[in-house]
Design a protein around this ligand. Sequence first.
Ligand SMILES: [Zn+2]
Ligand SMILES: [Zn+2]
Length: 265
Amino acid sequence: MRITVLGKSPAWQDADGACSGYLVEEADTCLLVDCGNGVFSKLRRFRDYTCVDAVVISHLHADHILDLIPFASGLTYAPRQQPVPVDRWPGTDSPARPRLHMPAGGREAMRRICGGGGMLEDHVENAFQLTEYDEREELEVGPLRIRFQPVPHFLPTWAIDVRSTDGGGRMTYGADSAPNDDLVAFAAGSDLLLIEATLPRPERSGPRGHLTPAEAGEHGARAGVGRLVVTHISDELDELWARGEAERAFGGPVHVAREGDVFEV
Ligand SMILES: [Zn+2]
Ligand SMILES: [Zn+2]
């Protein structure tokens, strides 16, 4: 299984960056995990977007969903998706319509965003096969099996575990979350934990919703994961500092995600 970091920025993009989006590939199967602002353009550097089999969304914050809109526009308006020849494209009777797995309320959220922006309300659901997942179900996308775990954040949020039934590799994505034991249990023994490390220090007031690099490292250590990759971290924070903090807590090497990074598990 191959994981490519398309975007790793927190809610505001790095210079020339993108928000959350990770491509997971196993043989010919292609899964996109989260689709934040900037991700569609990065996706196009690595993969033909009409070959994406499914998109799965961790939560409905803008930095994890906004590029579903340009992705839907491509699926709707691109010349090669049309039934008749356009330019060099021959026309198709079976335009790509990837599966889109969203948390409860995802359909309504996209209707409000699209309708409020002057587009058809059903722009996204027309372009994708949109379903809202039940956290207790396991999804199948080709040889990939996908499980969910609720994690504490500012709105309902699910960590996502992807394992391959072909090569046997497994990766766990923590989404955005406050410190929590559920994520540790969910990620236990995973080959790779992709975990957020948004904060330079814990939130000073109000509920917790994110992790520091040290907390991310501690979660990885407790889960006993093979590799730890910290992400959702701004280019306005010192990468070496973040890595040092995470490594001290993890007790081993940690990778700070960069766009275009590729990990094999
Ligand atoms: Zn986020
Ligand atoms: Zn969030």
